[in-house]
Design a protein. Structure first.
Length: 466
């Protein structure tokens, strides 16, 4: 198996991919025959490239660095100096990969990981197509391509991107990554529902009143200012992470957890979403200056000289509903913002308040927590000792408390799935098409001349929807 990483010296590769691959190597979980080819423009030898990676790794994860295991890991890595705009460099890469097959006298699995800016996708696809990397030794089933979000900026650009992909690769070869789907709590959602009969018949409009998906950050845009201003919170987090979490928690529990059944069920949810009133059920905000953790912070417009006139949103709240009978009438809230009071990523199911016994109203809440720590909380009502009163008591499960193991990084989990050919935690074409169809009308409304975001103070908890 050969994993080729385009953009091997870039931020994603050095901060996420290579550290995840090293962790898997230390645990003995990488495929024994795995070879890694790092493709980038810099002129580096294999030794210089590994030294470059180790310097970065020690800065980020010095407590888990081990020189002996790192040197063993580096034996798997070959650096390939090349330019994505050069057809000749792709031809050289193709020759190198073909030689590996000749040496082994077999057709190895090949994975092309695009750890590059989406702006570089077209020339990369062109290089792959012209050099026929996708069909080395004529066994396309052994070839996979991995692409990162953002998957376009709107429905039209997504179609253009996807047409470029499917012109070269079959859908079964394409792995579209949303790293949130690699988080342990997210992977646990369907297993949790399937393994606990308590929730078999209580996961629909009959018992659930409201679903809240929150992706909140206390940080601002930082060094990503120019990139972020081009995409905004809607494209950067809501269209991807937010809708993926929502579709997973609302999806029909399939009779078996296969990739096709999971993804088809999520697609059905995404296709069913709608907003009753664009004017009243959508909030668009941008952070102003404020106080976070006792320290003053700049406004969005002050983060970079190019943002002074920007109307890019840093906060989104969408109140939506589903056309599916299963979820008819259930309120759905997608909420995401930067420079909020605290960091939080969660999915909360609010169960309907009922009074089956006179004078004792029922009220429960189930929370899947992704950040700041992963776990599940169930709010129950119990009688206070010595008093005829009820009090909400949380039953808390935290991975770090119950399993006492270091949770695998999301990328570690997703890389293993790619090696195994398991697509259940990757996004299908149909899911992305449905998510853009839901988001596009809101973006189009915001593009009108009179549309401006509400300015909120940094450190706010949330913005009130009408």
């Amino acid at each position: 198996m050969i994993l080729t990483i385009f953009g091997a010296t870039g931020d994603l590769a050095r901060r996420m991919l290579f550290p995840s691959l090293y962790h898997l190597h230390k645990q003995g979980r990488l495929p024994n025959d795995l070879e890694i080819v790092g493709f980038a423009r810099r002129e580096l030898s294999n030794e210089q490239f590994c030294e470059y990676l180790s310097d970065e790794f020690k800065n980020l994860y010095g407590n888990v660095f081990n020189l002996e295991s790192w040197q063993k890991f580096c034996e798997k890595i070959t650096y390939f100096q090349g330019d994505l705009a050069s057809e000749a460099d792709f031809q050289r890469l193709g020759k190198k990969l073909a030689e590996a097959d000749t040496d082994l006298q077999s057709c190895t699995d090949k994975i092309f990981y695009l750890a590059i800016s989406p702006d570089l996708y077209p020339q990369t696809f062109s290089g792959i197509r012209k050099s026929q990397l996708e069909s080395i030794c004529e066994h396309t089933k052994h070839v996979r391509v991995v692409v990162e979000k953002p998957f376009g900026k709107n429905l039209k650009s997504y179609y253009e991107l996807n047409n470029n992909l499917i012109d070269i690769f079959d859908e079964e070869q394409i792995y579209r990554i949303d790293h949130y789907l690699g988080k342990e709590t997210v992977k646990n959602i369907l297993n949790f529902r399937a393994a606990n009969p308590l929730f078999f018949n209580d996961w629909n409009k009959n018992t659930i009143d409201r679903i809240d998906v929150k992706v909140m950050e206390s940080l601002g845009v930082g060094t990503r200012a120019e990139y972020y201003d081009e995409y905004g919170q809607m494209r950067d987090l809501v269209q991807s992470h937010g809708l993926q979490l929502l579709s997973l928690v609302m999806s029909e529990l399939p009779d078996e957890l296969t990739a096709d059944k999971i993804r088809n069920s999520k697609t059905e949810i995404l296709q069913s979403l709608y907003v009753e009133s664009m004017e009243n059920d959508v909030v668009r905000g941008q952070y102003g200056s404020g106080i976070i953790d006792g320290y003053p912070v700049k406004s969005y417009k002050e983060e970079h000289e190019k943002l002074v006139e920007s109307n890019t949103e840093t906060y989104v709240h969408i109140k939506a509903h589903s056309r599916l009978e299963t979820w008819e009438g259930v309120e759905i809230n997608l909420i995401s913002g930067k420079r909020m009071q605290s960091k939080e990523t969660s999915i909360t199911l609010h169960f309907k308040s009922q009074e089956r016994v006179k004078g004792i109203p029922s009220k429960n809440k189930l929370i899947f927590q992704l950040q700041p720590s992963e776990g599940i909380t169930l709010d129950l009502q119990v009688k206070k000792p010595g008093l005829n009163e009820l009090e909400v008591v949380p039953m808390v499960f935290k991975y770090q408390d119950n399993f006492r193991v270091l949770l695998p990084d999301a990328y570690e989990s997703l890389l293993l799935d790619i090696f195994k050919g398991n697509k259940s935690s990757f996004i299908s074409n149909e899911e992305l098409e449905a998510s853009w169809k839901f988001i596009d009308p809101i973006l189009e409304l915001w593009n009108t001349e009179n549309s401006r975001p509400v300015i909120y103070p940094a450190g706010s908890k949330y913005l009130q929807i009408n």
